[in-house]
Design a protein around this ligand. Structure first.
Ligand code: SF4
Ligand code: SF4
Length: 56
């Protein structure tokens, strides 16, 4: 995650099927404790318009 690139557009919040992200202070934020819910679908990574997200 490169928060310097994030524009707070909210696309990742919308596309994540397991609702990991929320917007906080104009940036995306992983909800506390939600990391483990990620199913590695890569939707956030593919859809982020500024390529701020990398799913390992
Ligand atoms: S899709 Fe990218 S730019 Fe938009 S809120 Fe998420 S990380 Fe930030
Ligand atoms: S890769 Fe993980 S965080 Fe990204 S949209 Fe899919 S489930 Fe959500």
């Amino acid at each position: 995650m490169d928060l310097d690139k994030c524009t707070g557009c909210g696309v990742c919040v919308k596309v994540c099927p397991v609702s990991i992200y929320e917007l906080k202070n104009g940036k995306t934020n992983v909800k506390p404790g939600a990391e483990d819910d990620c199913i590695q679908c890569h939707a956030c990574e593919v859809n982020c318009p500024v390529k701020a997200i990398t799913i390992g």
